[in-house]
Design a protein. Sequence first.
Length: 456
Amino acid sequence: MNVSRYACVLGLTMTTALSGITAATAAPPTSAMPTKTAFTPPNETTSASTLDAAARRDVVAKLSEALRDRYIFPEVGERAAARISTALAAGEYDGLADRTAFIQRLDADVRAIAKDKHLNIFSPTGAPPPSGPAMPVSEAGVTRADRLAGGIGYIEIVGFPPPQAFKPVVDRAMSALKGSRGLIIDVRRNGGGSPESVAYFVSYLVKEGRPVSTVISRTPKTKDFTRETFSSTRTPVSFADVPVYVLTSKNTFSGGEDFAYTAQAFKRGTIVGEVTGGGAHPTGPVDLGHGVIATIPFGRSENPITKADWEGRGVQPDVAVPASDGLEVALQRAGARPVKEIEAASVERVFAPRTTPLTGYETAMRQLIVGYVSGQPDYSIMAPKFADQTRRDLPRLHAELMPLGELRSVKFRRPMMGGDEFVLRFANGSRLMPIVLDQDGKIVAALPPIPAPPEE
């Protein structure tokens, strides 16, 4: 996947908040990442970097239960749960007091059974890992839209947040490309998101009212399944009659693959680039306690034409080239001058992410942080579910932020997944933190602050 673990947790949290889904709700198929959970602080016998035997037993028990109750393939979930339970009983985890080492072993044991790229065990705390490409600046998943020479339009989508965040932004970008004689859609850095938003974006390429995709979801604690089909809808402009080229890479994943696979199946896009990542299972986070999170796939995708999906195989390109050559090859096939980089190809940039925060966000962030530091948050500025989460997490957040001293400044950094991210400068350090507000200005989601990069 082409995003850091921090960005992954951000996507889960923001998508959940905007979708209005609660942890008690049976995993619904309306979002690729549906279940919002609190991040439980370590207990008194567990330090920030270690897990004692009791904590390890607790994590394994909760993960086993989640696999049995939620995983899309019940038999596989049962086998994975049995594997880690047996390993625990045999003492295979006894020497893994280091939390990172334990998580890595647990993740490997589960993956060895499930072989599912959406199934992960990790910790959301601490700085993002140094490896992997940085997330590009985007607004609701849209990084840019450009008019290229020869009447070709270009748009890059790096994520699919829920429709209420995605639609107004992508409508603005796509409307600016009206009149293009061809369209290049770049999902080389797309890490996924909401199936409903994917279906909406496909709507720009096909006639209204066509079934686009179906998500088959498991009802938790049962072997029953539900189906939800997403169909194309009306869009402000249509590109149903123009040639489309979809750029892919090995980092195109999940919802990004969903879009490419659907465009290919509908014969509405020539796929140019590399075989994609091969993850087709909608997933949601489960809090295992002790600073450990699992993402458990609860569903699978089904295309109305192929009656299949891309899980484990990826989307196969129609024109296989290195991802770095994708734009050049697409332009050549579109009859335009081949150029390797979008900056050189662009005649006019018609969409760029906003550079200022949404109304009320900076004030809300400042109020939230002041409440964390003082240990007395103003719960009236929060939506009820986020207020409940804050009450649970407050001891840990207060303990983490108190040593940083006085809050000196709150600076907008960039829009992210339907919310805004800020740099928080304290007397003794800096942190990054994103939040999302609802239409009434209440905070509905915020990730724990993480250390800011040195340049910030």
